[in-house]
Design a protein around this ligand. Structure first.
Ligand code: AMP
Length: 358
């Protein structure tokens, strides 16, 4: 797919990854008349039921990856931990976005350095690759802080919070590359979610105020409030520069802490994001639709917020079992369940978005 040749209806989009983000991308793709083929290792691939076809093969299965690619007109990903080797097995002419964005986002150290070079501020951090490094980092960065695995962490997994030097004694270097960062005393958290088209056009959604618990997103609220709103321009500027520096195509998310001294960059995701689920009902065009539009060379849709207030909450673990009760609520609860087979503790099972004109 090139900048000048939008994909026609009936073309096939390949999605690497089989989770809820892939499922919602596939739904948007179907609405625009595209076929979708998913690819992920065997598991509870909830995207599969929204796809026309689904490959359940390992990331190392280059034969399956080539068969998958041969059936696609464009290929995208729905999570950032797809092994780079799998992405590199796909002809680069089919890849919607530069795999460099994945390479950077897969490693916390890389992403902080990359975005710092563009002028962003990060919490103080140090690379930790041994017990000695950990001791040095504790000494230089101090406590409180968080030890995070450099790769493969998500929803607070692979993270150890260390509130005091005493607590640090109980935490061991986990034996794989980590980053130790100082705890940020933030007033709020927010994300900047943008869509960038191949011609460089960028559309940015309003930022929601995001609340996390134990590292996992609990809710996203619009309006984000004055503390966040005062910092959005500076954060958007960094996000725009990041997208341009990567010649990125699709939806890109950067997460920030709003502090007294301005926005502090936390991490980026080269994909649609949980904190953008509110855009399905709450914005002129959802993050999922604009991602599909961007990767297929179609004009981006408007990102304006359509309501005075929006409240998106994740439905986690066994709460999903009674989620249909939400439908009896007054107002306009928009329920999304992801069709996961097992409501395990801490597992994102769905979300509900409540919108209001008040
Ligand atoms: P992460 O996986 O890095 O996005 O971290 C998940 C969540 O943990 C963040 O959204 C914050 O709520 C919290 N967190 C992570 N790093 C820090 C930090 N350096 N200071 C304060 N809170 C943090």
């Amino acid at each position: 797919m090139t900048e000048n040749s939008p994909l026609s209806p009936g073309s096939t989009i390949g999605i690497l990854g089989g989770g809820q983000l892939g499922r919602m991308l596939a739904m948007s793709a179907a609405q625009l008349g595209f076929r979708v083929i998913g690819y992920a290792p065997a598991g509870d691939n909830v995207a599969a039921s929204a796809c026309n076809d689904f490959f359940e093969n390992g990331w190392g299965d280059t034969t399956a990856l080539s068969v998958f690619a041969s059936q696609c007109d464009v290929v995208t990903w729905e999570f950032e931990n797809v092994p780079l080797s799998a992405v590199e097995a796909i002809p680069s002419s089919l890849l919607a976005a530069n795999p460099k964005s994945l390479q950077i986002a897969q490693d916390r150290l890389n992403e902080k350095r990359f975005v710092e070079e563009l002028g962003a501020r990060c919490a103080p951090y140090m690379r930790v690759e041994s017990d000695d490094d950990f001791a040095t980092a504790l000494d230089r960065v101090g406590t409180p802080g968080i030890l995070k695995t450099a790769r493969d962490g998500y929803d607070g997994k692979g993270q150890w919070r260390i509130n005091s030097a005493h607590e640090a004694e109980g935490v061991r270097f986990p034996g794989r590359p980590c980053i130790y960062e100082g705890m940020v005393n933030f007033e709020a958290e927010f994300s900047v979610i943008l869509a960038r088209a191949a011609d460089g056009t960028i559309r940015i959604w309003d930022s929601s105020a995001n609340t996390h618990d134990g590292g996992m997103l609990v809710k996203s609220i619009i309006p984000a409030g004055p503390v966040v709103e005062a910092q959005i321009n500076a954060a958007q500027d960094i996000a725009r520069q990041t997208a341009n520096a990567l010649q990125y195509v699709g939806v890109l998310t950067l997460e920030f802490f709003a502090t007294r001294d301005g926005p502090v960059f936390n991490e980026m995701a080269p994909r649609v994001h949980n904190s953008g689920h509110w855009t399905i009902e709450g914005a002129a065009t959802s993050q999922f639709e604009n991602h599909i539009r961007a990767i297929c060379g179609l004009p981006l849709g408007g990102t304006e917020t359509r309501f005075a207030s929006i409240d998106m909450r994740n439905i986690v673990g066994e709460d999903a079992l009674n989620a249909h009760d939400i439908l009896a609520e007054e107002g306009e609860p928009h329920l999304h369940l992801y069709g996961k087979r097992e409501a395990r503790e801490g597992r994102k099972m769905g979300h509900v978005t409540r919108v209001s004109h008040d």
